[in-house]
Structures are given as C-alpha cells and as structure tokens.
Ligand binder design. Structure first.
Ligand SMILES: [Mg+2]
Length: 255
C-alpha cells in the first residue's frame, strides 16, 4: 500500500527520538516538517512530556530550527487539565511539576492537600522525596479517580543515555496502593488523537502519526484507527503501520 501526503490533513509528530534527542535536532526532521507545511498540512507535536509547558517546548523547537507556535504543541500535562475539566473531576491531589499544577488550575480544577483529596493525578517530577511519594500513594488508596499522565519506561538525554521516565513513579504508586491507575492521559491511550480530531474536525483516517516507539506511537494510532509511520530498524506486518529507517525517509515515502 502506498502513502501520499495528500492522504492526510494532520500529521502528529512525536518529539523524543523522532524530532530531537535531548537538545539535538535529528537530521532532516526540520526538512520533513517543512515538507508537510508546504503541502498545507496541519502539524501537531504530541508528547507525553508532563514536566515542561507548551511554550517551553515550542521555544526549544524554535531554537533547534523548527519554527512552531505553542498551539501546535500537545503535552500530556495540557491534556490532563482538559480531561479533568471535561469529566468534572475536582478536589485533586497533584503529584507532579508546577507546570502540571498550572494546567490543572487553568482549567478551573481545585487542587487540594492529601487529607481533602478525592482524586489523584500523577505526572513527572525529579525533585521529590519519600514523604511526597508516600502522600501520593495514600491518596491513590482512596481516590475515586486515579489518573496518570503516562507510564513511559524511559526517555533519552542529549547523548542518548536512557533515564527512567514517569512509569517508574506510577508503577511504584500502583504497586504499593495495590490498584492500577484508572486513566492514562498520554500515549498509548488515544485521548490525544481524539482531542485533535475533535478540535480540528478531522476523521481518524486523515491523521498520520509519526514516531519511534511501537508501544507508544503505533498503539496510539492503532487504537484510534489512524495510520502510523515508525522510525525503526524492524519491518512490521501490521495494518496501517509503515516503517522507515530514519525520519528523512518520510520525504520519499509521502511524496
Ligand atoms: Mg519517542
């Protein structure tokens, strides 16, 4: 099956490992984004990042040579605020970055302390101690809604060294509270794609996802019925999944 750029209205790019590694642009990622823009496609950069805000990510992309606006960035923190508002979930204890808390508050959702909390939202942060984690675990035990931004295993630093991602925090809270999170906001849950489809009035088959991780990027696209191009050494036989060795190959695939 052949793909062309005109099969799609929106291209959703993953960031880590797809557009950049740490602070370094991946070769030709800028050319691929330009190609999509020249063909009048809407571009979205969709990331599970729950620590940085959208403007910080837009600034980073602009700095490494991809011009974009904050409106083109979707993070799991941004979506978490929207999810809470849409589902009328209040009185929430937030374990996560100040940026995550700001997203929650800007959606009119009430953040509370451990004692008053009825619900829990977990996002990424590095600067916490045993006491902070203990509070989140105790809220998880009683929460009506236990929500996590994602369960990612790892993320790469500038030089490609892997570090534990939010999954190591969510899994320890789940284990100790002896329950699974009820909701995952980020990939591979298709919530990000359903938000995009609704906001820009496009159907699932007009969205193309481009990423580097099968269990995150492809499973998101699959769950929503969209096509996916994966940057990978492997050749896949799944429907609607196309693999390329490097992002530059997308220029040939879609022309
Ligand atoms: Mg990635």
């Amino acid at each position: 099956m052949n793909l062309t750029i005109n099969d799609f209205d929106i291209v959703v790019f993953d960031l880590d490992g797809t557009i950049y590694n740490g602070d370094t642009l991946i070769t030709s990622a800028d050319k691929v984004v330009d190609f999509c823009r020249q063909n009048k496609k809407k571009i979205i950069f969709g990331t599970n990042n729950s620590g940085k805000n959208r403007q910080q990510i837009a600034d980073k992309l602009n700095k490494i040579g991809i011009s974009c606006s904050q409106e083109e960035i979707i993070t799991s923190a941004f979506l978490a605020g929207i999810y809470l508002k849409e589902n009328h979930i209040n009185d929430i204890y937030v374990f996560g970055s100040d940026n995550l808390k700001k997203e929650v508050i800007s959606n009119g959702v009430n953040i509370t302390d451990e004692k008053e909390a009825k619900n829990l939202l977990v996002g990424f942060k590095k600067d916490y101690d045993y006491e902070d984690l203990s509070k989140a675990f105790r809220v998880a035990k009683k929460a009506h809604h236990f929500i996590v931004c994602n369960k990612d295993r790892t993320y790469p630093s500038n030089d490609g060294t892997l570090y534990p991602a939010l999954g190591y925090i969510t899994s320890s809270i789940e284990w100790c509270a002896n329950r699974q999170a009820d909701v995952m906001i980020g990939k591979p849950d298709p919530y990000m794609l359903s938000y995009i489809a609704k906001k820009y009035h496009v159907s699932n088959d007009r969205i193309l996802c481009v990423g580097d991780t099968y269990e995150s990027d492809y499973l998101t696209a699959k769950a929503f019925g969209s096509k996916c191009v994966l940057i990978s050494d492997k050749v896949y036989k799944e429907n609607n999944l196309f693999s390329i060795n490097k992002i530059a190959d997308l220029l040939n695939l879609l022309k």
